[in-house]
Design a protein around this ligand. Sequence first.
Ligand code: SF4
Ligand code: SF4
Length: 145
Amino acid sequence: MSRKRKLRFECTGCGGCCVGRPNSKLEYYVAVTPAERERIRKFLGVSPAWFRRRYLQRFDDGQHSLRWNGDRCVFLDGEKRCRIYPVRPTQCVTYPFWPEIVESRFGWRAEARHCEGINRGAAVPLVHVRRQLARQRRALKLSFK
Ligand code: SF4
Ligand code: SF4
């Protein structure tokens, strides 16, 4: 990431990033690495087979994702809270500091239409942004295993 501009972000907990966008043709996914899958499974206290069947999906290209339940992540509850928050995947922890969002002004601006925490609060230190980007890139690769 070469840009020097400051990015402001403060999550409001609205739950908007855990649901699909109306009229979007995008295929939503929440990438999960093998270690994350095991951590979530243990947190839920369910068997590997049950976890796979109920909460996981594998795309044709081999990537693993949490299941998408209608228009939302399977773990988003009725109060718009994450049921696995302490063990949520890296993709959720690092949002909105994903390469496709922060690496261009357009990406950040476009994402701000969907996340009310973007451009809110104090500027996030660049070192934190870079760390999140690196974590997200690593996690995406591992989610194919
Ligand atoms: S959409 Fe943005 S503000 Fe809302 S919960 Fe997600 S990260 Fe936080
Ligand atoms: S795991 Fe939790 S934080 Fe991540 S998309 Fe699902 S409900 Fe949202």
